[in-house]
Design a protein around this ligand. Structure first.
Ligand code: 7PJ
Length: 264
C-alpha cells in the first residue's frame, strides 16, 4: 500500500503533493513500483497536528480519488475518520476505508457499513493532538491493542458490519512510546490470533528516528528492517512511502519463509 498524502503538513513529504498533478505523478510511480493499493489521506494525523474540517478534507481527497480511479484504475483506500468523506469517496469508486480511529467517530460505523467497502480498524490511544504526550498502558501493550481491536470488531458486528470486511492494524506510533512500538512488533504474532488480515504502517516513523538517530529522509534502511520483521510476524499489507525498495525486502523475506513452509 503506497502512501499518498494530500495534506499541506504531513511530516515526511509535507507539501510535496498539494498539487493534483504532483499527487498523480507520485501515485503513478508507486503503482509502477508494484503498489497494489494507494492510500489517500487528507487529514494529517502526525502527533500534534491540528484537526481539519470535513469540507477541507473532502476538497483535498475527492479530486485525487476520482483521478486515480479514472486514469489508473487503481485500488484506492481512503485514510479518513470522517463519515461524510467515507460516503463521498465510496461514491467516487474508492475501494477501502482506512480509519486510524477504528470507526469510533459518531456515525462512522454506519457510514462505513453503508459503503459496503472493506475497512481497516487501527488501534489508537487518545487523539493525534495529544496521543504522544505521555502514552501509558495498564496492561502489556499487545494485550491492550488486542482488547481494543476485539472490542471494535464486536462493535462493527453489532450493527451488521461483517467480520469478513475487516482488517486490523496495531497502530504503530499512535499513542505509543518507542518501547511500546518495539514490544508490539515483537509480539505481533498474538494480534494475528484475532484471525483477520493485518495491515501495518511504520514507514519513516519516529520509532526509526529514535532508535537510529536519523532524520526522516534517512529512515529507509531502518524501515526495510521493520518491513521484513512485520511480514515474518504476520503482516499482510504494509503501508509505505518507498514502494519499490520495500517490495524487494518483502519478496526476499517471503522467499525465505516459503522455503520454511515447503520443507517443514
Ligand atoms: C497509519 C495510517 C498506520 C494505518 C497513518 C504516518 C502517519 N493508517 N495512517 N496505519 N499511519 N492503517 O504515516 O506516519 O500506521 S498517518
Amino acid at each position: 500500500m503506497g502512501i499518498l498524502n494530500v495534506t499541506p503538513d504531513s511530516f515526511s513529504d509535507g507539501g510535496c503533493h498539494i498539487l493534483l498533478d504532483d499527487a498523480m505523478r507520485h501515485a503513478e510511480r508507486m503503482l509502477a513500483e508494484g503498489a497494489a493499493i494507494i492510500d489517500v489521506g487528507g487529514e494529517s494525523t502526525r502527533p500534534g497536528a491540528q484537526p481539519v474540517s470535513t469540507q477541507q478534507e473532502l476538497d483535498r481527497v475527492a479530486p485525487v480519488v476520482e483521478r486515480l480511479i479514472c486514469e489508473f484504475d487503481a485500488l484506492v483506500s481512503v485514510d479518513t475518520s470522517c463519515p461524510t468523506v467515507m460516503r463521498e469517496t465510496a461514491a467516487l469508486g474508492a475501494g477501502m476505508i482506512n480509519d486510524v480511529r477504528a470507526l469510533q467517530r459518531e456515525g462512522a460505523i454506519e457510514a462505513a457499513l453503508g459503503t459496503g467497502l472493506p475497512v481497516c480498524l487501527m488501534h489508537i490511544q487518545g487523539e493525534p493532538q495529544d496521543m504522544q504526550q505521555s502514552p501509558r498502558y495498564d496492561a502489556p501493550i499487545e494485550e491492550a491493542v488486542i482488547d481494543f481491536l476485539e472490542a471494535r470488531v464486536t462493535a462493527c458486528e453489532a450493527v451488521g458490519l461483517r467480520r469478513e470486511r475487516l482488517l486490523l492494524d496495531p497502530g504503530f506510533g499512535f499513542g505509543k512510546t518507542v518501547e511500546h512500538n518495539l514490544r508490539l512488533l515483537n509480539r505481533m504474532d498474538r494480534v494475528t490470533r484475532l484471525n483477520l488480515p493485518l495491515l501495518v504502517g511504520m514507514s519513516r516513523k519516529s520509532m526509526i528516528g529514535k532508535v537510529l538517530g536519523r532524520p526522516v529522509e534517512e529512515r529507509l534502511p531502518g524501515g526495510l528492517a521493520l518491513a521484513s520483521l512485520a511480514v515474518e510476524r504476520g503482516a499482510r499489507i504494509l503501508r509505505v512511502h518507498d514502494v519499490g525498495p520495500v517490495l524487494d525486502a518483502v519478496n526476499m523475506t517471503w522467499a525465505v519463509l516459503r522455503e520454511g513452509c515447503e520443507h517443514d
